[in-house]
Design a protein around this ligand. Structure first.
Ligand code: PBG
Length: 337
């Protein structure tokens, strides 16, 4: 038998045919990114209007005063981003995080200013107490005898409801609770409806894992817990079934968009959510994911542009059509060129 006959290749095994040329690859490409898929996280500080402080572990990401935030907002419109999400940075902290629902708080003021100037920009607001509590926890602390502490669920939900309402009143387009207390989606939905905001949607950080990849964010948001950790409310990275249960619960309580966070280590969760539910799915490419790509690229170990686009494409392929990413401007620029 001749060599040729022995390894005659079946015609259907020639998968390289559709990879041979750029035009063919373009034709068969299954996943496409668009700037409208991206939501840019922005940290707004109340220090001063032109405050600007680069986060050391997140090159290119800043804590900004309101003037800079307005400029970023204009760029977000020009870049046709899906939107921005605001995190408030303040030294006005107390035990219960009461400045979170101050109508003159930094997030509330900033939303009003942005919506005045750029009404077409989608402005989401992160609802959590950790940026506003003196101890850096996402909720109200109850101390038990013997020094054990607990984040009190229902008391925290009451504060979150006030925060969500104050964001709604300021003009937020998308209320985004990231705290992981039980029952907060239902409570926020009910309060919004009762106050005339029945048309305002909620994006729930539903499957939010207790992740080491949030490290750089806590520097950015000044929200590191001064003791303990977040494992009593954020999810165990080992649990996929539980993620589905929590997502289902949030949908039942009134979530309009569900989120998986972080993204890259949880692509299986994104895919399961996409297969099991029909709501829009968001994924948060978190600070640590951004920092890894930036650091390796700065060392010349990775091609930043390529890896950035590949990571975002993977998240979309997994099933998330909305991606919260610090790369939003850079990725949108890449897509334009
Ligand atoms: C909590 C919140 C966190 C992030 C978004 N919202 C931090 C945390 O749970 O500790 C992390 C985002 C990131 O790492 O980029 N308000």
């Amino acid at each position: 038998m001749s060599y040729n006959n022995a390894i005659s290749i079946q015609s259907d095994s020639r998968t390289r045919r559709t990879r041979m040329t750029e035009r063919m690859r373009n034709l068969v490409r299954e996943t496409h990114l668009e700037p409208s898929n991206f939501i840019l996280p922005l940290f707004v500080s109340d220090r001063s209007a032109n405050y600007r402080n680069e986060i050391s572990s997140m090159p290119g990401v800043f804590q900004f005063g309101i003037d800079h935030i307005l400029r970023q907002s204009e760029r977000a419109v020009e870049s046709k981003l899906g939107g921005i999400i605001l995190f408030g940075i303040t030294d006005d902290k107390d035990e219960t995080g009461s400045s979170a629902h101050n109508e003159m708080g930094i997030v509330q003021q900033t939303v009003r200013e942005i919506k005045k100037r750029f009404p077409e920009l989608l402005v989401a607001t992160d609802v959590c107490l950790c940026e506003y509590t003196s101890h850096g926890h996402c909720g109200i602390i109850k101390e038990h005898d013997g020094g054990e502490f607990e984040i009190a669920n229902d008391e925290t939900v009451e504060e979150l409801v006030l925060e969500a309402l104050s964001h709604a009143e300021a003009g937020s387009d998308l209320i985004s609770p990231s705290d992981m207390m039980d029952g907060r989606i239902g409570a926020i939905r009910e309060a919004l409806d009762e106050n005339g905001f029945e048309k305002l949607p909620i994006m729930s950080y539903s499957a939010k894992f207790a992740s080491g990849f949030y490290g750089p964010f806590r520097e950015a948001a000044g929200s590191s817990p001064s003791f303990g950790d977040r494992r009593s409310h954020q999810m165990d990275p080992a649990n996929g079934d539980e993620a589905m249960r929590v997502i289902e619960r949030d949908i039942r309580e009134g979530a309009d968009i569900i989120m998986v966070k972080p993204a890259m280590s949880y692509l299986d969760i994104i895919r399961r959510a996409k297969d099991e539910f029909t709501l829009p799915i968001a994924a948060y490419q978190v600070s640590g994911e951004y920092a890894m790509i930036k650091a390796a690229s700065a060392n010349g170990w990775l091609d930043e542009e390529r890896v950035m686009m590949e990571s975002l494409l993977s998240i979309k392929r997994a099933g998330a059509q909305i991606i919260l990413t610090y790369f939003a401007f850079e990725a949108a620029k890449n897509l334009r060129s």
